[in-house]
Design a protein around this ligand. Structure first.
Ligand code: AMP
Length: 558
């Protein structure tokens, strides 16, 4: 078996690896590191959890050991699709490079440009960035990519999902042709294949077996809920979730609760909190500082339950999770393996509960065919009282705005998830994270920079085909990875599309209620293409004698 000491790594890197407690290289490390150290391009087909970050960071630090950073010209570049992933790579870099003098900068959105500019000006060896923020720095003329000797693209398949491929191509073109490229993707979609054929030079292709089976240390259980009324399934599932967590008692040291939709992430977290659980949400619509604090709280144990969307949690390295609860059955079977793989890591025992309703049947079938086994059916937890189907769900379970607005009291009493428009309509923060309740108000300069940042990104996006239809900026997409998870193309065609059109209807109702409650009158609808002639007609007013007299009296000119 290969040992780290066989890999010709810099002794300072080896020391850091030993201190990190790693005994042997993972398969991707054993295979990729020798090629990378020879300066060869690497194409790694591997998922998170395989040790892929160290497979590019360790040789990178070794290769950059010699040489010095120059102002505004980073010597290497790592691109990651989300802020969290970029931050995670930066943390890894700090661990492995701690005995060297190499410098790094992390360029991610949601952080003021000023500090990042200062670091770049000083010169950095390693630049770790999300594509949007990197291009923004470049376009501000603050950064030159012509000194990049090593470029890493991490999680390319997610870059593709998030519409970043045109940005990646552009960044490739801004770096020297002679650079060494290390490119990682969990899957090889045709578009990814095309990019690698274009920008990689005879790469060493290393494939680490795709994880299609769940670890044997994870006890899986499927809890089938049969709501009396379909429109009460959301409340019923929340009641089951609470009962499951309570039934697990102290064995549940911490847990991740996965929801398919980010709006449900908010509602479930809020509902748990109102029932006295220590829970907080994480998804892409939350402010970066909130996300970071929530994750830190979960890592240090001060937060017990993390309610997450797939994308927000994906790729995040959170060790030692005792339980995973799938509040929803994932509509993509690989997500199931991914989610439950958050527990039972490194030989530890873990439990994964999945709550299902009858309409999940086809998703369950897909999961069971992927994992090639049936998820054992578990009993409904003690303490769970099925919803009778009469009346409304209890007050604490309802979203706040649903509780307050009189207009809705008159409505049908639906138990519906919070939507982004609710946040606008209620003018109250929907999210209340215990660890991260204080939303840091960015400094004025920072806000101005963020606005400029958004504007410049949006300008660049104009005219581009991919995902531009929504006029959404790249920076914004980086901020909202969770939304992407719920908007994959095949989702649109599944049964849940009906649910979405219902959502849109509710959003319209919410807006109407909001205006009515505040006597704002009907919303003004734009004129569209039609502009009446008289508005476009130019006209000049001939000054009257009285006007002349007024001007003379006040002393105004021209
Ligand atoms: P990654 O796939 O890069 O996200 O890594 C997943 C986890 O594996 C991280 O927590 C790393 O610290 C850990 N790890 C990476 N390489 C090794 C190794 N050789 N031995 C043990 N753990 C490792």
């Amino acid at each position: 078996m290969t040992k780290f000491s066989d890999l010709a790594l810099d002794p300072r890197v080896l020391q850091a690896v030993t201190e990190a407690g790693y005994e042997t290289p993972t398969p991707i490390q054993a295979e990729a590191i020798p090629h990378a150290l020879q300066g060869r391009d690497v194409l790694g087909i591997a998922q998170t959890g395989t040790g892929k970050t160290a497979s590019f960071t360790l040789p990178m630090i070794t290769l950059l050991g010699q040489g010095r950073a120059r102002a505004r010209m980073p010597r290497s570049l790592v691109l990651a699709p989300t802020r969290e992933l970029a931050a995670q790579v930066a943390e890894n870099f700090d661990i492995y490079a701690k005995h060297t003098k190499l410098t790094k900068a992390l360029l991610i959105g949601g952080v003021a440009f000023g500090e990042q500019d200062k670091l770049i000006d000083r010169g950095v060896d390693v630049l770790i960035a999300t594509p949007g923020r990197l291009l923004d720095h470049f376009e501000r003329g603050k950064l030159l990519l012509t000194g990049v000797q090593i470029m890493v693209v991490d999680e390319a398949d997610r870059m593709l999902d998030m519409g970043f491929i045109p940005d990646i191509e552009r960044i490739f073109q801004l770096t020297p042709f002679t650079r060494q490229t290390m490119f990682y993707s969990a899957t090889m979609a045709p578009e990814i294949e095309r990019i690698t054929n274009t920008f990689l030079n005879n790469p060493a292709r290393i494939e680490v077996a795709r994880q299609a089976t769940a670890s044997l240390t994870i006890t899986q259980s499927l809890i089938e809920v049969k709501p009396v009324r379909k429109d009460r399934s959301f409340a019923d599932k929340r009641a089951v979730l609470r009962a499951l967590i309570k039934a697990e008692g102290e064995a549940c040291t911490n847990a991740i609760i996965f929801c398919n939709r980010k709006m449900d992430v908010d509602v479930v977290a809020k509902s748990l909190k109102s029932h006295g659980f220590n829970a907080a949400p994480i998804h892409g619509d939350l402010d970066q500082s909130v996300r970071t604090k929530t994750l830190d709280g979960f890592r240090d144990g001060s937060l017990h339950l993390l309610v997450a969307s797939d994308v927000a949690a994906r790729g995040l390295d959170i060790p030692a999770v005792s339980h995973v609860f799938n509040f929803d059955v994932p509509s993509h079977p690989e997500d199931y393996v991914h989610r439950i793989g958050r527990t039972g890591r490194a030989g530890r025992l873990g439990k994964a509960y999945t709550i299902s309703v009858p309409s999940d049947e086809k998703y369950l079938k897909a999961i069971e065919s992927l994992i090639k086994s049936e998820i054992p059916r578990g009993a409904l937890p003690e303490g769970y009282v099925p919803d009778s189907g009469e009346g409304r769900p209890d007050r604490a379970d309802r979203p706040r705005e649903d509780r307050g607005a009189k207009s809705r009291e008159r409505g049908k009493g639906r138990d519906r998830p919070v939507k982004p428009h609710d946040e606008v309509a209620s003018m109250e923060p929907v999210v209340a994270a215990p660890v991260a309740e204080v939303r840091e108000e960015p400094a004025r300069e920072e806000r101005r920079e963020e606005r400029r940042d958004e504007r410049s990104t949006e300008r660049r996006n104009e005219g581009r085909g991919e995902r531009r239809d929504r006029g959404e900026s790249r920076e914004r997409r980086e901020e909202r990875p969770a939304e992407r998870a719920t908007e994959r193309p095949n989702d649109r065609t599944n049964d849940r599309s009906n649910e979405r059109s219902g959502d849109r209807r509710e959003q319209r109702d919410d807006r109407r209620d909001y205006r009515r409650d505040r006597d704002l009158g009907p919303a003004v609808i734009g004129m569209g293409e039609h502009v009446p002639d008289f508005i476009l007609r130019s006209f000049a007013i001939k000054p009257s004698k009285t006007d002349d007299a007024d001007e003379a009296a006040t002393g105004t000119e021209g």
